[in-house]
Each structure stands twice: as C-alpha cells, then as structure tokens.
Write a protein of this length. Structure first.
Length: 268
C-alpha cells in the first residue's frame, strides 16, 4: 500500500479527514522549505503538496504566482526541489509528498530522469496541472511502474463522462477544484461543493480532496464534513509572502494556521 493510500485508510478508520497544505518549494529561499515541511507535519498536516516553481503558473492566482517568482529568484529548480524531498525523508518516512506543478520543467528534465529521481527522493505522487490524462500516457506509465500516484484535477464544470475517464486514470486521490477560476479566488459555496463531491463519489472510488477557496479554519471544517481531504494553499503562501524576509516568523505563522484548521476539522 502506498503512503498516500495508507494515510487515507488510517484517517478514515479514525473518523478524520486529511489536511493537505500546499507550499511552493524554495519560497522564500532554499533553506526554509524543509524545516517548514517538518513544522507543517507537527502542526497536523497529513499530506504535503510541494509546488515546483515555473515561470508561467497559469492556474494560479497572484499569491502563488508571486511565490513561484520568489522561488525562482532564490534559485529553485526541479532538481533542487527533489533534493529537498530527499532531505525531508531523512527524518520523515511516513508523510506523503506530492509534487505539484507544470509540465515544462518535467519535460526539460526528461520523463525518465524525473520519475527516477522522484522515486529515489521519496516522492509519492505527481500532479501536473497542465497535463490531462488523455495526454499523460508516457509519464503515467513510468509513474505507475515506479509506484508513484498520478493525481488529477476535477472542476465544477467537469462532466460525469469526463469524471469517469479521469477516475480510471487517477490514483492516490482526486483533487476537486471547488471554484471556477484561479487559486485564491472568490469564496466557495460549501453546499455546491457537497453536491459535486457526492456526484464524484457515485462514480469514483478514490478519496476526494477539495481545494481552492479555503481561507480559514471554519471553511476547512465545513469542507472536511463533505470530503476526504482539505487542500489549503494561498492562505499559507500569503503568510510566507508576509514574512518573506523573516523565515523564523514563517516557521511560526504557517503552522499556526494549520493547527487552527486541524483543530476545527477534528471537532466539526
């Protein structure tokens, strides 16, 4: 059983939901990411989505776009991100790590090298935002052979036919994007989310994580009631931006947000 599957199974048995923070690796500098990953786990994170920076993060709003810019300016690269995962694994062999990003850096590295190095580093899953399952066979075959989960996005506009197609190709979990638009946009309607998650459950057997629009502990708790996992990104990346020149504050404030969400989710 993969680390991701084991995590969802363990949480389900305990009646709990996964808290899945996203941060951009290398933001605000190369030395802060790994300590931050450990701090997030201590604060209640169950799975970490680690973004690898790219110059044109088209699905992201300004908060995460700026995080990519800061990371690239600090010298972050896909190879550097994989090294961060390997460093994280020296102390944590339990928490799943999902690499999230865009196809261009993966193509630049080469599929063979990317999968080989990701597996060696201890990566558990891959979510390539701009690589739909219809075009992912070359990467997906290698990922499956290496034991890496391929995670895909679902949107409010996803039809049931396409949902079924995505579910056939996905593993690990499905990431339901709860809003039309980019990361950090708008305020979500939990009733709408609940209805869509029910539709997904009727078609797919994988756990469902919900992201986009989760800004605080109350919203995290509401989403946790209707899903298997809560993905939070912009709310954390905003804290990193606020204290970009003070890594110590980042290591305090980001985990503080997660602790509030974890407590609210566990008592909802």
């Amino acid at each position: 059983m993969s680390r991701i599957a084991e995590t969802f199974s363990r949480l389900s048995a305990a009646g709990r939901k996964a808290l899945i923070p996203y941060v951009t690796a290398g933001d605000p500098d190369l030395s802060t990411t790994v300590p931050l990953m450990h701090a997030m786990v201590s604060a209640g994170a169950d799975i970490i989505e680690l973004g690898f920076p790219f110059s044109d993060p088209m699905a992201d709003g300004p908060v995460i776009q700026l995080a990519h810019e800061r990371a690239l300016k600090a010298g972050a690269s896909l190879a550097a991100v994989l090294a961060m995962v390997a460093e994280f694994r020296r102390q944590d062999d339990r928490t799943p790590v999902v690499l999230m990003g865009y196809l261009n850096p993966v193509e630049a590295m080469g599929y063979d090298a990317f999968i080989r190095e990701a597996r060696a580093a201890g990566v558990d899953g891959v979510l390539i935002v701009d690589l739909p399952p219809e075009e992912a066979d070359d990467l997906a075959v290698q990922a499956r052979a290496a034991g890496l989960d391929m995670i895909y996005l679902l949107a409010p506009t996803t039809t049931e036919a396409r949902l079924a197609l995505v579910a056939r190709h996905a593993s690990g979990y499905l990431y339901y994007v709860s809003l039309k638009g980019v990361t950090g946009a708008s305020t979500l309607d939990v009733g709408d989310v609940a209805g869509k998650v029910e539709t997904i459950r009727n078609i797919a057997r994988l756990p469902i994580g919900v992201g986009f629009g989760i800004k605080d502990a109350e919203t995290a708790a509401q989403v946790a009631r209707v899903s298997d996992g809560v993905v939070v990104g912009s709310a954390l990346v905003g804290k990193i931006a606020q204290h970009a020149g003070n890594p110590g504050r980042i290591l305090e404030d980001v985990p503080a947000v997660l602790r509030q969400m974890r407590q609210a989710m566990d008592h909802s």
